[in-house]
Design a protein around this ligand. Structure first.
Ligand SMILES: *Cc1c(COP(=O)(O)O)cnc(C)c1O
Length: 391
């Protein structure tokens, strides 16, 4: 049979049916498993196979369905589900380094990722932050002890697009592995593994849920890494995903392609409709020709994605007037949701950075990040244009 396409995999991959033959993915809300005999328990602790479970901190049938479906759509050998995106990122980073090792990471990154790097520095891991869009900076930062190169394929909130193949070539030449946080790109536009990423992490809280209901995260990679150092680290430190969350996320995955493509079409429509507006100093969208990495985005993602950033010329006051005038778009800090969401990074998600740090990564007082939902595109354009008039 030919390789199945992603929409088919999103609906069917990884399903495990019980003896009842249920149509929908079953929720196995159990932390433990019963063994028919003491000998069977002993045998399972010695060598458990893919379809045998011991304890939900490191395996549960519903969670495993989610992991198998994620690995299948990402083109990875295996995946490990985590309690949140940050549990996934912490596990993927910490399981790969020890004191004396070194990490090179992009500076423009989700604040909590920067915090994990700070914690690791406290334990003797060297960290060098670079401008992720400049391959020369990655090359110059490499050291003999560099173990991991870490970045967001599309950065939060500035929407820089990073050259996965380019960074992978530099990392691999230096014996380091490539860790990609793919939350903004979503699994639909990701070709990270094909482009050279060794480990890909998602906050499943975002596009994968798509309804703003549960927290979740997932690490995708080789079987050797996922069932080796990563599982060992996560199973002993307790970042496992709840089977209930896995069940919600399995349902989210079924409509992921439909939602994300509709969201990207809305993002492109809004970006085109507001670009050059007199109230805006900048309209940032990787799908626009004037985006600095437009060509790279088209080549490596094939889409401008679901997020835009608008820099209001009138600064914070104008940004707040704009936010308060929105009628359909909600003010919140999630993203990837079916509902459109606007965020003011300088006063919320990135408030812990100093003004200088924010300026360095393009977070101006007027910057508003918008995650486009699946509402009618014309309604969204009208809402956002109307709010710009009010700004
Ligand atoms: C939200 C987010 C995270 C963290 O995910 P949680 O599920 O909230 O823990 C990490 N990286 C990026 C880019 C994100 O947007």
């Amino acid at each position: 049979m030919t390789e199945r396409k992603i929409r088919t995999k999103l609906v069917h991959e990884g399903i495990r049916r019980s003896q009842y033959g249920e149509m929908a993915e079953a929720m196995f809300l159990t932390q433990g498993f019963v063994y028919p005999s003491a000998e069977a328990a002993e045998a399972r602790f010695l060598t458990s196979n893919d379809d045998e479970f011991i304890y939900a901190r490191y395996g549960n049938p519903t969670t495993r369905m989610f992991e198998d479906r994620m690995a299948a759509i990402e083109g990875a050998e295996d995946a490990f589900a985590c309690a949140s995106g940050m549990a996934a990122i912490n596990g993927a980073l910490t399981s790969q380094v020890k004191a004396g090792d070194h990490i090179v990471a992009a500076r423009q990154m989700f604040g909590s990722c920067l915090h994990v790097l700070k914690v690791l520095q406290g334990f003797g891991v060297g960290v060098t932050l670079v401008d992720g869009t400049k391959l020369d900076e990655w090359r110059a930062a490499m050291r003999p002890e560099t173990k991991v190169c870490f970045f967001e394929s599309v950065s939060n909130p500035g929407l820089e697009v990073i050259d996965i193949a380019g960074v992978a070539e530099i990392a691999h030449a230096g014996g380091a592995s490539v860790l990609v946080d793919n939350a903004f790109a979503s699994p639909i536009f990701s070709r990270a593994i094909e482009l050279g990423a060794d480990v890909v992490v998602y906050s499943a809280t975002k596009h994968i849920d798509g309804g703003g209901r549960v927290l979740g995260g997932v690490v995708c990679g080789t079987k050797e890494f996922i069932r080796g150092p990563l599982e060992t680290y996560l199973k002993h430190t307790g970042g496992a995903m709840s089977p209930f969350h896995a069940w919600v996320l399995l349902n989210g995955l079924q409509t992921l392609d439909l939602r994300v493509r509709a969201q990207a079409a809305n993002a492109a429509a809004v970006a085109a409709a507001v670009a050059g507006h007199e109230k805006l100093a900048r309209t940032v969208y990787p799908g626009l020709m004037d985006h600095p990495q437009h060509a790279l985005a088209m080549e490596q993602l094939g889409s401008g994605g679901t997020m835009i950033a608008l820099d209001l010329a009138g600064g914070k006051e104008a940004a707040f007037r704009f936010l308060n005038a929105l009628e359909i778009v909600s003010i919140s800090n999630n993203l990837g949701d079916a509902k459109s969401i606007a965020t003011h990074p300088a006063t919320t998600t990135h408030k812990n950075l100093s003004e200088e740090e924010r300026a360095q990564i393009g977070i101006t007082p007027g910057l508003v990040r918008i995650s486009l939902g699946i509402e009618d595109g014309g309604d969204l354009v009208a809402d956002i244009r109307g709010a710009l008039e009010a700004a």
